[in-house]
Design a protein around this ligand. Structure first.
Ligand code: X8Z
Ligand code: ZN
Length: 595
């Protein structure tokens, strides 16, 4: 045995010729094949678990995740032998993609690998199954509670629903803590400082540069947010009385019409310009025109096909989930899937017939059309230029859902004139401008959690500090470290990075502005719809087909001519509203006291 080992050791130098780029290419070809196979198994299992949560589907999903994550870690280790090689840019990009492919990478210890996969699936399922049960026979799901937040105007009822939803997450706290530990261990094993460092390494710049970029964009947007915040705050005072806002000027989150205060379009009725009647209410129009779930999705698909994209495959309609099932637990949070490439595209969503979900359908289909556009790319390039692009695509289409478009498809009878502009812009600002601080803070929280700057003992405090600082909102009641409020937002237990949505909100206006120019639109930007314009479709498709094969500035340039992330497009879009808000806010205090 010893002689055998010795001869092996001695044999190494003569056989182990230094690896060449050709070896690296061969390794990568194999790695792509193996990741694709395991990725598919994981996608099918995960679909099963998220659309039918039970012990068996959880077991299968965790098992498949374990196999996939372990293989990724193993390959990333083996790939180190090529670290010193000068590789063609394409190939080097794939090696980085291999390291970044698992958002919570497997730690080296086999037992811990399994534990991490189990914890991930458990957290996801806990959120999906979450219910508020004030009494054992009266349980409410997130779907029910979101209806309350959207529709009720009774502060007591709102607070109860808001607080109630947050009863689902304290149980997640120890598991989340462990998740952070294990995921960091995996990231460190790949050479990253921690998981946050890994997440911020996918933007063709250093992690620190990325953080600085995000802050730079936020500074561009803040004056617009501050104006909107001050205006909405005053209108909420008009509705609920002066005492509802304290001396700090912070808005209670439960009054925003949304469970996390992340977008405020559901309280449009409370804040709409005085003395105007809104030109139309899309929710009512959808109901009046007898739109059901299927028809809503068909309408979304119709926009894409009008741009020249092929219709979705028959399997999309057979295999997607559009309605919340009555007989089983599911993760209702909307998502889009390419379970088996373009032949098996699906969305999973508990659709309600309202404006918010009409927009979300476009968002989700954007993912599916993107997935199909890059299907011919090799495995590691089947993704968007960076994750913000994937999130932006469908929203870029939804921005083009203007009154002019709605009239074309028969959803409204009359297009409001220029006098309706402020109404329309305010509605969009409640959706998009209100979102940005939230889009930023979710990962600010996580970056500090992963880096250890925020200790588990301060998880909740750190969350609310950020909410106060960036959103200018506050919790409905006093929160303590017995709570785990971050766990009541899907992307925390679901382990989905969030900065992508902040980026998407910037990119989508850049895309929209450039595409409207291509379309030859004149007049105010927000009235532009490129429905039916095949040249617009081609421009988008060319960018989407690049997948992740090129650094993102190349993709951005292909679509917009710009190589930089740039919030001026949003600012331009909302310029008339900003002027109007500032007029309304005259003599009013702007801003809030965060501490
Ligand atoms: O999670 C989503 C999509 C699925 S990728 C529905 N969004 C974020 C959220 O709901 O918090 C879209 C906007 C922000
Ligand atoms: Zn999305």
């Amino acid at each position: 045995m010893i002689t055998h080992l010795l001869s092996l050791l001695l044999a190494i130098p003569s056989h182990a010729a230094a690896p060449t780029p050709v070896d690296a290419q061969a390794f990568m070809d194999k790695a792509e094949l193996s990741m694709e196979t395991l990725g598919r198994r994981s996608a099918f299992s995960s679909w099963m678990q998220q659309t039918d949560i039970n012990y068996s589907t959880e077991w299968l999903a965790a098992d498949a995740d374990n196999a996939y994550s372990a293989e990724a870690a193993k390959l990333a280790h083996e790939a180190r032998q090529y670290d010193k090689l000068k590789l063609p840019a394409d190939l080097a990009r794939k090696f980085l993609a291999l390291k970044l492919t698992v958002t919570s990478p497997a730690p080296p210890d086999v037992k811990e690998q399994k534990e991490l996969s189990d914890v991930k699936v458990w957290l996801d399922s806990m959120y999906g199954k979450g219910k508020y049960c004030p009494t054992p026979d009266k349980c409410q799901t997130l779907n029910d509670l979101e209806d309350v937040l959207r529709d009720s105007r009774d502060p007591k009822v709102l607070l109860d629903a808001w607080q109630g939803w947050r009863t689902i997450s304290p149980v997640m706290r120890p598991k989340y803590e462990r998740f952070v530990e294990l995921s960091n261990r995996g990231s460190q094993d790949l050479g990253f400082k921690d998981t946050a460092d890994l997440w911020r390494s996918g933007y063709d710049m250093t992690p620190d540069q990325f953080s600085a970029e995000v802050d730079r964009l936020y500074v561009q947007l803040k004056p617009l947010y501050d104006s909107l915040h001050a205006y909405v705050r005053r209108r909420l005072q008009d509705k609920y009385g002066k005492d509802i806002i304290g001396a700090d000027g912070l808005i209670p989150e439960q009054l925003t019409g949304n469970m996390w205060g992340q977008s405020w379009e559901n309280i449009y009725d409370l804040v709409k310009p005085p003395k105007t009647t809104p030109a139309f209410d899309l929710t009512e129009q959808l109901k009046k025109n007898k739109y059901d779930e299927n028809k809503m999705v068909k309408a979304g698909e119709g926009f894409f096909t009008s741009l020249g994209f092929d219709p979705l495959p028959a399997t999309f309609w057979e295999r997607s989930l559009f309605t919340k099932p009555r007989d089983r637990e599911v993760v209702c949070h909307a998502s889009a899937w390419d379970v088996e490439n373009s032949q098996d595209l699906r969305i999973k969503m508990c659709i309600k017939i309202n404006t918010e979900d009409f927009v979300t359908i476009h968002h989700e289909l954007g993912h599916n059309f993107y997935q199909r556009a890059y299907e011919k790319q090799p495995y590691f390039f089947r993704g968007s230029a960076n994750d913000g692009f994937h999130e932006a695509l469908g929203d870029t289409i939804a921005l083009s859902v203007t009154p002019e478009y709605l009239k074309t498809v028969g959803l409204i009878d009359k297009v409001p004139g220029a006098e309706g502009d402020i109404d329309l812009l305010l509605q969009k600002a409640l959706e998009k401008v209100a979102f940005q601080p939230f889009g930023l803070l979710v990962d600010k929280w996580r970056w500090d959690v992963f880096s250890g700057k925020t200790k588990p003992a301060d998880y909740n405090k750190a969350w609310w500090d950020l909410v106060r600082k960036y959103q200018g909102l506050k919790p409905g009641n006093e929160r303590t470290e017995k709570d785990f409020d971050p766990g009541a937002k899907y992307h925390i237990p679901g382990n989905t990075p969030y900065a992508r949505y902040f980026l998407a909100n910037v990119y989508q206006f850049q895309f929209y502005r450039a595409l409207c120019k291509l379309h030859g639109h004149t007049g105010p930007l927000h009235r532009c719809s490129y429905y039916g314009d095949k040249a617009v479709g081609k421009r988008l498709n060319d960018m989407m087909a690049m997948g992740a094969s090129r650094p993102w500035p190349d993709a951005l340039e292909a679509a917009t001519g710009q190589r930089e992330m740039d919030a001026t497009a949003i600012i331009e879009y909302f310029a008339p509203l900003k002027a109007w808000l500032d007029e309304q806010n005259k003599g009013q205090a702007i801003g809030w006291k965060a501490d």
